[in-house]
Write a protein that binds this ligand. Sequence first.
Ligand SMILES: [Zn+2]
Length: 496
Amino acid sequence: MNIQFYNTLTNRLEPFEPLEPPKVLMYTCGPTVYDFSHIGNFKTFLFADVFRRFLQLTGYHVHQVMNITDVGHMTDDDVADATGEDKMATATMRVREAKKAGTLPDDAIGDPDDPYQIARYYTDAFLEDARALGIQVAYEYPENMPHATQHIDAMHSMIRALLDNGHAYVADDGVVYFSVQSFPEYGTLSGNSLDNLIEGSGGRVLSEHQAHKKHPADFFLWKPDEHHIMKWDSPWGPGYPGWHIECSAMSMKLLGRKVLDIHTGGEDNIFPHHECEIAQSCCATGNPQFARLWMHPRFLLVEGKKMSKSKGTFYTPADVYEGKVTGRPVHPSVLRFELIKTHYRTQTNFTQKGILDSANTVRRFNEFTQKVAGEADNEPAEIDNTHPVLKDFTEALADDLNMSVALAVVHAWLGQDLPDPHEALAVSKAIDSVLGITSQNGTADNTDLEAICNQIDKARSEKDYDTADRLRDELIEQGYEIRTTPEGTVAQKKLA
Ligand SMILES: [Zn+2]
């Protein structure tokens, strides 16, 4: 099967060629945790999840890492020029107001002045939402979902390397900046040139701090600041890291390689965030490449318009579940389907009608699966992706994740007369391993579960990582949460 995806870096479709197949190293820019993530954020995370699940269905072993940005200064306007508000400090005020207004429970965040309590609260909320939406990496927390605040050392090492090899400098205001002129490829991902960045790029790179920089587009790696609400000691004074350096340092550290196979994020991450990640990663490692494939889904629209705080259309998953959008409660699997059902490079329009259509499809697929599972006594036939339906389904997704075509295959199949329930069950399970819209049935009881965890530990101790990964993935598929503890692997039913 030919698999091809659209690479933002080269602006064209390219054959998918991970460096060490079947292993795939994938990094996804994760949530900021000073507020609830909204459904537009989740569309981006769900894209990465569907992409990962598709690669797994075709036999790849995906190691996905998604960061949690819990350092309080991470917006575009901030990171580009080292100014901007401290988001954690702003969050403190917002949390106080929300508690007063009763929109946050009284016991939610004991001390709104403690940024770690704020980050903890919104991290838990994120994990709960992400798990309810079937996002697999959320079941691998904290192993594959690192907190930025726990990897400051790795950021220091990278900044040190960049200073040592002349790609960074300490300006006379004490801030450590990356020198964009030291990296001629700066701008390749976003299609910017240093000349048009000087002219302002929407004002993003111009600031009062400009005087201290060698080039207006230079971005900060470390900012000494005694008064910042979250700060760490460093060779450049107590302060905090830039947002971009978080992702570069954590991706390479946790994935264990300097060149990643895939990097995903929202389209608003392309510039400056991903552009800066490429620059500092390549310059720190000396490799001409950081990630081979860059993928960016388009924004989510709500009723045809960009989401807006002032219009009250920044919906959270909870808003959707509670019926604030459609006037009646919505199941998480319906929201998941609604957010994945169109091609990721087209703008998805979130509408009331769309949600109702999605609910019909999810209901139909679930009823069908339950029916054939009953008829087949829950025993699927042995099939693989050469099965005619799966062949069409996977080939559609192999073409730059063409979900519309893949779903047309599913709809046509559901409308057929299917004589063999075992085969139909197997097909439906394979399809749902990507769509993730049936309630994943935990088939193993607790005894089985312990035995499987022991098998995972045994396989790992024998360096048989393929078996360990497969067993782990199977448990995750069944809706279990897996943790690695000093006593070994532990699995428990998902909470949400
Ligand atoms: Zn990132």
